[in-house]
Design a binder for this molecule. Structure first.
Ligand code: BV8
Length: 261
């Protein structure tokens, strides 16, 4: 395992990135931190909303107990999000879709910033804060910043809820299965900005590793997955990710120059 600090990208990682046919990137709240989106953990504290730890307010039982409180929590977060923009980390991954033959982006985030940065294909394991879902017929509705969201389903009149996977709820049908399938066939797997505590999402890098992929963690702090990574870059996603594609392009350009001479 190699540790990279002061953001020097190990040559082995650049080499693997350059010749990878299939790359999987798993992102968590940390990739949105430089956009101003608060993370849930990290720095030793846990996000709290009105005295409730976030995994209590963001739980299946709270939807049953107090749907209005769940909506208040998500309405607040959407209010914070609507003026925030993707950062260089989101944009680098969006660019990788054009650089890598097969790029699979799997996110635990619900903020929609990967799509806003231009990523065309995003596996959202935990849903999306910009959608609502009927609690009965499961009809989905887009929520836009410039109009009030509705409370009731137009089709059946039942209450709507955030279309987000809460603790104790199943992931969207097929999302984890597709992510697991891609993880088991990728050459290179990046784990970016996640505390790797939430399952089954955190098992995606483990599946990749078990299938022989080269694993790279990008996170200022250690995580329970750090020890299985081939490369750990203790840095910020918005600073590190662009370096991987830029240095890669640089090394390719240099290699081409050598060929030209
Ligand atoms: C389920 C949406 C089946 C809501 C979220 C084993 C197997 C299966 C399930 C479990 C299991 N063990 C326990 C469980 C239950 C539970 C779970 O995992 N609990 C944990 C806490 C122990 N899992 C579930 O309930 C899942 N469902 O398993 O279904 C089932 C169903 C019923 C009965 C039985 C089984 C559903 C989990 C989904 C929950 N919903 N989000 C919302 O957004 O409010 S999860 C929530 O945590 C967010 O989505 C978040 O993304 C996710 C993970 O957190 P991270 O993204 O990692 O963010 P965090 O703040 O923790 O860390 C940020 C990291 O970034 C830090 O490491 C920090 O150092 C780093 N960082 C900071 N700045 C930067 C940076 N990195 C890079 N650059 C920077 N600048």
């Amino acid at each position: 395992m190699t540790f990279a600090t002061e953001i020097d990208i190990p040559r082995e990682l650049l080499r693997r990135f350059e010749c990878a046919e299939s790359v999987l990137v798993l992102t968590g709240a940390g990739i949105s931190a430089e956009s101003g989106v608060p993370t849930f953990r990290g720095g030793g504290n846990t996000a709290v909303w009105k005295g409730m730890p976030f995994d209590v307010i963001s739980s299946a039982s709270m939807v049953q107990r107090n749907l209005a409180a769940v909506w208040e929590w998500f309405d607040f977060r959407r209010g914070v999000l609507q003026s925030l923009e993707p950062n260089e980390g989101h944009r680098a991954i969006a660019q990788w879709e054009r650089l890598v033959p097969e790029l699979t982006l799997v996110t635990q985030n619900v903020d929609g910033l990967h799509q806003k940065a231009g990523s065309q294909s995003v596996i959202e394991l935990h849903g999306n804060i910009w959608r609502a879902r009927c609690t009965s017929c499961e009809t989905r509705y887009a929520i836009t910043p410039d109009e009030d969201r509705s409370d009731l389903c137009v089709s059946c009149g039942y209450p709507l809820r955030p279309d987000v996977v809460l603790f104790g709820e199943l992931l969207p049908a097929g999302a984890f299965e597709l992510a697991g399938e891609r993880a088991s066939s990728c050459d290179l797997c990046f784990v970016v900005g996640t505390s790797s505590l939430v399952y089954p999402a955190a098992s995606i890098p483990e599946i990749a590793k078990a299938a022989g992929a080269y694993l790279c963690e990008i996170n200022p702090e250690p995580t329970p997955l750090s020890h299985i990574c081939d490369t750990v870059i203790r840095g910020k996603a918005g600073e590190v990710l662009p370096l991987i594609s830029n240095q890669n392009k640089l090394s390719t350009a240099t290699a081409n120059q050598v060929n030209i001479r």
